[in-house]
Design a protein. Structure first.
Length: 187
């Protein structure tokens, strides 16, 4: 069994080869314990391999949130699972971490822009930076920060809290965390 991150350029050298057959497992209603697409995909691959077919299963890197919950990760279950499952469940490619970092960088940039525009005033901000003030209404912001695991207590938080009379940490507003796999950057 192998795992790999394959660059799309590798496909070019296979263009002359005959195409294989593709079987997609796109949706399934999982059991209460989470046996769904991954178990089905891995089980199908194992069954076809047992029939002496040349098989490759392509499954996604799971979010860490469910890994630590009752359902576990998307490594399959029973006799239909990826082993060692910790390699799949705990940062197989690192892509989710990269998305998390990029998403939260955008969150920090948004808050920095809000801070400078509101603290200086729009006209002063434009004069100092040469940038047009965005005049973002903080009540209209739907962009939340993200993290790779579930933390119920952080779904709704208040950010920008300051000492009395100081605005050094930003402006107070409601915020929250979504799971990284739900980031708009994952698309």
């Amino acid at each position: 069994t192998y795992k790999a991150k394959v660059h799309p350029k590798c496909l070019a050298r296979l263009n002359a080869n005959q195409n294989g057959k593709l079987l997609l497992v796109t949706a399934i209603t999982p059991t209460p314990l989470g046996e769904g697409k991954a178990v089905t995909t891995i089980g199908l691959a194992q069954g076809l391999a047992k029939l002496k077919q040349s098989v490759m299963a392509c499954i996604r890197q799971p979010s860490m949130g469910p890994v630590f919950g009752i359902k576990g990760g998307a490594a399959g279950g029973g006799y239909s699972q990826v082993a060692p499952m910790e390699e799949l469940n705990l940062h197989l490619t690192g892509d989710i971490h990269a998305v998390t970092a990029a998403h939260n960088l955008a969150s920090a940039a948004l808050d920095a822009r809000l801070f400078h525009e509101q603290r200086e005033g729009y006209d002063a901000f434009e004069a100092r930076t040469g940038l047009k003030a965005l005049k973002i209404d903080v009540e209209s912001i739907t962009w939340k920060r993200v993290m790779a695991h579930n933390d119920r207590a952080l779904r709704m938080v208040k950010i920008g809290l300051n000492e009395h009379g100081k605005t050094i940490n930003g402006f107070e507003r409601n915020e929250g965390f979504d799971i990284s796999a739900a980031s708009e950057l994952m698309a």
